[in-house]
Design a protein around this ligand. Structure first.
Ligand SMILES: Nc1nc2c(c(=O)[nH]1)N[C@H]1C(S)=C(S)[C@@H](COP(=O)(O)OP(=O)(O)OC[C@H]3O[C@@H](n4cnc5c(N)ncnc54)[C@H](O)[C@@H]3O)O[C@H]1N2
Ligand code: MOO
Length: 390
C-alpha cells in the first residue's frame, strides 16, 4: 500500500494536457481555455458617459453657470462636433463624450431653459466619464486557470471573440464489472443488483467538463472484460469499477496485466478505496476503482477528477480542502487515510455513525468528507479538521 499523496503523484504522471479545439463562445461555459484570449479592442473603446445628463467643457463648473445646448450624444450615435467654452451636449449613458468634454453633469443637477441649461446648487462633484480602456485595453490577455464562468464568457465576448480555443474535453471510458450487475431500470435477477457506480461517475465526470463513454457491463470472465476493454479504444482514460480486490472473481488486475498493463501502483492506504490500481494499457491511462459504491465515488473525487484537471491543462493538485471545526469528539484513526462521510452545519462537521462503503444513501446525505491522516490521534469537539466539500 502506498500513501494517497504518492498514488496521486503517480496518476498525474499518467496523463498529459489534451489538444485544443476551436469552439463557438456560446458553448464554451465550464470549459478551459487552451490559449490566452487577447482583447481585440479596449472597453470602453472611447471615453463614455456613465450617466444621463450634459457633457460640459469645464472640469469644475459652478452652480448658476449657463451653457448652450448644441447637440446630442446617444449610445451608438455620438456627437460629431467639438465642445467650446459655454457649450454643452445632451448625453446619455454609454454615449461617447464629445471632444472637449471635461465632465458630465447629471440631469438631476440641471434646470433646462429652452436651448440652455443652468446648473443647480449642491452639484454632484463626480465626473461621470469612463475613460477609454477603463475595463481593459486592446491587447490585454485573459487566461484564467480554471473552467470558464459566466462572467468570463461575457468578458471574452466584450474582447471581441465569437470563437475560442479550448482544451478538448477528456473522453473517459467507464466499465462496470461483475455478473451481479444489471442496468438501472432493469429488474435484477436472483442475486443481482443494479449497477449504480458508473452512473454516479459519469455524472461526476460530465459536471467537471469531461465526456463519459459508458461501456457495456463486463461479466466476470476474462473474455468479457477483454471485449469491453477493446471497446474503450480511443478513450483518453479508462476507468474500471469493481473486480479490483483479491477474490477469485476479481479479474481486472489479471486481465489488465495480460494485456501488458504498465502498473503504476496497486493498493493505496486510504479508506474507502484500498484496492485502487492505476497504470497504462495499450498507451491509454487506466485507473481501476474498487466496486463498493462509496469507494468508487470517493476515488472518483480524489483521483479521477484531479487527473481530468491535468488533461484540461489545469494544475496538478489534490481535491480542494478547507478547515472546519469538529462538532463532536472522534476516536483515533487507523493506518489508512480516512475519507469520512459527514454533515456540515452551524456547529461544524459531524461524521455519520456508519462509514460503510456500500451505503450510497449516506454519501448522498453527506455534505463533506472529513479527511483524516493515517494514525490521526483522537480529536475533540472544536478542533479543526480538513474537509473536501461534496
Ligand atoms: N479478503 C478481502 N476482501 C476484501 C478486501 C480485502 O482487502 N480482503 N477489500 C475490501 C474492500 S476495501 C473493497 S473496497 C472491496 C472492493 O472489491 P472489488 O473492487 O473487487 O469490488 P467487487 O468485489 O467487484 O464489488 C464490491 C461490491 O460493490 C458492488 N459493485 C461492484 N460494482 C458495482 C457497480 N458498478 N455498481 C454498484 N455496485 C457495484 C458489488 O456488487 C459488491 O457488493 O473488496 C473488499 N473485500
Ligand atoms: O476500501 Mo474499501 O473501498 O474500504 O470499502
Amino acid at each position: 500500500m502506498i500513501p494517497v499523496a504518492e498514488a496521486l503523484s503517480r496518476v498525474f504522471d499518467l496523463v498529459r494536457p489534451l489538444g485544443a479545439e476551436h469552439v463557438p463562445l456560446r458553448v464554451a461555459a465550464g470549459r478551459v481555455l487552451a490559449e490566452p484570449v487577447i482583447a481585440k479592442f479596449g472597453q470602453p473603446p472611447f471615453p463614455a458617459s456613465s450617466m444621463d445628463g450634459y457633457a460640459v467643457p469645464t472640469d469644475d463648473p459652478a452652480p448658476g453657470d449657463r451653457f448652450d445646448v448644441i447637440g446630442e450624444s446617444a449610445a451608438g450615435h455620438g456627437f460629431a462636433g467639438r465642445l467650446s467654452a459655454g457649450q454643452a451636449v445632451r448625453i446619455f449613458t454609454g454615449a461617447p463624450v464629445p471632444e472637449g468634454g471635461a465632465r458630465v453633469v447629471i440631469q438631476e443637477d440641471v434646470t433646462r431653459d429652452g436651448e440652455q441649461i443652468v446648473l443647480r446648487e449642491d452639484l454632484d462633484p463626480r465626473h461621470y466619464i469612463r475613460p477609454a480602456g477603463a475595463d481593459f485595453a486592446a491587447g490585454t490577455p485573459f487566461a484564467p486557470r480554471r473552467p470558464l464562468r459566466p462572467a468570463d464568457i461575457a468578458l471574452i465576448a466584450a474582447m471581441g471573440h465569437g470563437e475560442v480555443a479550448l482544451r478538448r474535453r477528456p473522453e473517459i471510458g467507464l466499465i462496470a464489472t461483475g455478473d451481479e450487475l444489471v442496468m438501472p431500470g432493469e429488474t435484477p435477477g436472483p442475486d443481482q443488483i443494479v449497477a449504480s457506480n458508473t452512473f454516479g461517475l459519469a455524472a461526476m465526470i460530465e459536471a467537471a467538463g469531461g465526456i463519459a463513454r459508458m461501456l457495456p457491463i463486463a461479466c466476470d470472465t476474462e473474455a468479457s472484460l477483454e471485449a469491453v476493454l477493446d471497446l474503450a479504444a480511443g478513450a483518453d482514460l479508462i476507468v474500471t469499477v469493481g473486480g479490483a480486490s483479491v477474490g477469485d472473481h476479481d479479474l481486472v488486475a489479471k486481465v489488465a496485466e495480460a494485456r501488458g498493463m504498465e502498473r503504476a501502483f496497486y493498493k493505496v492506504a486510504m479508506r474507502p478505496g484500498k484496492p485502487l490500481m492505476a497504470g497504462r494499457i495499450g498507451g491509454i491511462p487506466m485507473i481501476g476503482l474498487p466496486g463498493n459504491p462509496v469507494s468508487a465515488m470517493v476515488c472518483g473525487m480524489i483521483f479521477v477528477l484531479p487527473m481530468m484537471r491535468v488533461m484540461l491543462g489545469l494544475p496538478a493538485e489534490p481535491a480542494p480542502r478547507r478547515s472546519v471545526r469538529l462538532a463532536i469528539d472522534m476516536p483515533a484513526n487507523g493506518p489508512r487515510e480516512h475519507y469520512m462521510r459527514a454533515r456540515l452545519d452551524a456547529d461544524g462537521v459531524t461524521p455519520f455513525d456508519s462509514q460503510d462503503s456500500a451505503r450510497l444513501g449516506i454519501l448522498s446525505a453527506a455534505d463533506a468528507l472529513i479527511v483524516r491522516p493515517p494514525h490521526d490521534p483522537a480529536r475533540n469537539k472544536g478542533e479543526p479538521v480538513d474537509i473536501v466539500e461534496l
